[in-house]
Design a protein around this ligand. Sequence first.
Ligand code: F6P
Length: 320
Amino acid sequence: IKTIGILTSGGDAPGMNAAIRAVVRTALANGIAVKGIRRGYSGLLEEDIVDMDAKSVADIIQRGGTILYTARCKEFMTKEGQDKGAEICRKHGIDGLVVIGGDGSFQGAARLAERGINTVALPGTIDLDIACTDYTIGFDTAVNTAMESIDKVRDTSTSHERCSIIEVMGRNAGYIALWCGIANGAEDILITERYDHDEQRIINNIIEKRKVGKKHHIIVNAEGIGDSYGLAKRIEDATGMESRATIIGHIQRGGSPTCKDRVYASTMGAISVDLLCQGESNRVVGYRDGKFVNYDIQEALAMTKDVDQYMFEMARKLSR
Ligand code: F6P
């Protein structure tokens, strides 16, 4: 490998910069040149490609977002787009490519690998919804940001003796909701993976907890379920408890990465370069059962995972 390209794709996630820094500096330490591709696969197709040196990644490990910018690219889902992308890599001498993003970004990396570009993908998403790994870059920071926000809502919720429905991100996955639900001691957690569409149960739960003297009622609602404002209104009508909805939103995607996100993202970045140096291609780096691992991209994309049932049941018990 002579030149490694690096891009971030899909939703940004805190820790992506730490991974970029690690890729650049590990490659340089191995005598490999690095080119940054801006705005993901869109930037690749537009040849928005810049040379990177050790200084270009100085002072970024602590920053949220991605210095390479990111985008979601429809054109790259077509055969023509993929052919063009591989051709552009060759034109710029990019013989290894590190892609940081989610499942959609991995597909792109697999298509480039089929076209002779050595690729390694890193899981970068706050949603934790990548089956081959127990850790994704950005989840730890996002879940801590959401947790701190929910603590704040809880203060005012208690003062006013209200029910608060707090909606967290995660697309169709409930990991952020479940972790916050536990960490914030929520009275209820609604996640698509376990949702029974039984609003009467939610209402009865509020009535029961009011009877035992709870001053607030915190419901952490996953984005995949949504309708937080509607739910707040229906709860208020049914229980008489004043209710408010808060959608935390993109605050969860920004901010300085936690120590864990910085360290794990750095490690994954370094591993991606090691893999390319060993002649590997079409791989995804993950973290499973306490170890950094890597898989064939197709194998990784075929995997499935689910929220932890024990954690979900425990959350219910602890909220009594
Ligand atoms: O995948 C990360 C994520 O923040 C999801 O949790 C959310 O559903 C989505 O991206 C929001 O996307 P956008 O920033 O394009 O609105």
